[in-house]
Design a protein around this ligand. Structure first.
Ligand code: NAD
Length: 286
């Protein structure tokens, strides 16, 4: 019996961009999924977008219609965390706010069986801090999926100060079952992905500000010269310039090194409401 055979029901809290993708991937791989959000409208949107995404897999011949229907049947939604009481594994994907996440982790700790692993999809909040809000910090870890979750194969697993080897091993095995590759990162600001990505994006913004190149020129250099599938400014627009700024602030505050200071042009664009793709205007117009 494999160690993850004990996991049948997975709870996902937060059904936004990431939560609905995470719920889909678990349901697609045979798990019963309880998706919880404070907003019924968000749950309704999540179900529609999961249905659409699964249907795209069917169109591409990667999933049978019967598998799509079975995946949808394994998914239930609720606006109450009480529905998570019998979950065997938890993934939190609510909005990026440390206090809200800490308070949710304390409630999840109180209501789930003590052996259940509580994971967070946070991009930048300390896993150690979340673990300390519970009585089971050895069973709290970061499970950082990438957007869009059904497509991207990486999961960054973050080991908090007290996370046990057994919890990391279990999460690694779970990622493999989902068809994802897990990479372990220590709990320092930005983990691996954003520690490296955000300074690159920030430098690209400095290059625009200083007139080193236009956004098109900078993105073309990185695409054709460095073989990146997407230039850093196109990627920044996709991630959201407000999100990039918030993560740079976390790196700057947490590491205390001026090399992480957010570029003034990035601050000015966010202040102007130029948030990238989602607002229609960023380094490019959408
Ligand atoms: P989102 O704003 O799209 O969704 C958040 C959802 O959480 C909303 O539907 C909201 O109603 C719900 N929510 C808020 N408080 C709640 C609570 N207490 N209980 C239940 N539901 C609650 O956010 P997102 O982009 O999906 O991000 C979620 C997490 O994933 C964040 O921690 C973010 O840093 C991380 N993340 C995001 C991305 C990305 O590209 N968007 C990538 C990797 C990680």
């Amino acid at each position: 019996m494999s160690q993850i055979d004990s996991i049948k029901t997975v709870g996902v809290v937060g059904s936004g961009t990431m939560g609905n993708g995470i719920a889909q991937v678990f349901a697609q791989h045979g798990f019963s999924v309880r998706l919880v959000d404070v907003s019924q409208a968000a749950l309704d949107r999540a179900r529609t977008s999961i249905d659409k995404s699964l249907s795209k897999f069917v169109e591409k011949g990667k999933l049978t219609p019967a598998d799509r229907d079975a995946s949808l049947a394994r998914l239930s939604t609720s606006t109450s965390v009480d529905s998570l009481a019998d979950a065997d594994f938890l993934v939190e994907a609510i909005y990026e706010n440390a206090e809200a996440k800490r308070s949710l982790f304390a409630s999840l700790d109180a209501m789930t069986r003590p052996e259940v692993i509580l994971s967070s999809n946070t991009s930048s909040i300390s896993i150690t801090l979340l673990g300390a809000a519970t009585k089971r910090p050895d069973r709290v870890l970061g499970m950082h999926f990438m957007n869009p979750v059904p497509i991207m194969t990486l999961v960054e697993l973050i080991r908090g100060q007290a996370t046990s080897d057994a919890s990391m091993t279990m999460a690694t095995a779970l990622c493999a079952t989902l068809g994802k590759t897990a990479v372990e990162a220590a709990d320092y600001p930005g983990f691996i992905s954003n520690r490296i990505l955000m300074p690159m994006i920030n430098e690209a913004v400095y290059a625009v500000m200083e007139g080193v190149g236009t956004p098109e020129a900078i993105d073309t250099v990185m695409k054709l010269g460095m073989n990146h599938p997407m230039g850093p400014l196109t990627l920044a627009d996709f991630v959201g310039l407000d999100v990039c700024l918030a993560i740079l602030e976390v790196l700057h505050d947490g590491l205390g090194d001026p090399k992480y200071r957010p570029c003034p042009l990035l601050r000015r664009m966010v202040a102007a409401g130029y948030l990238g793709r989602k607002s229609g205007q960023g380094f490019y117009t959408y």
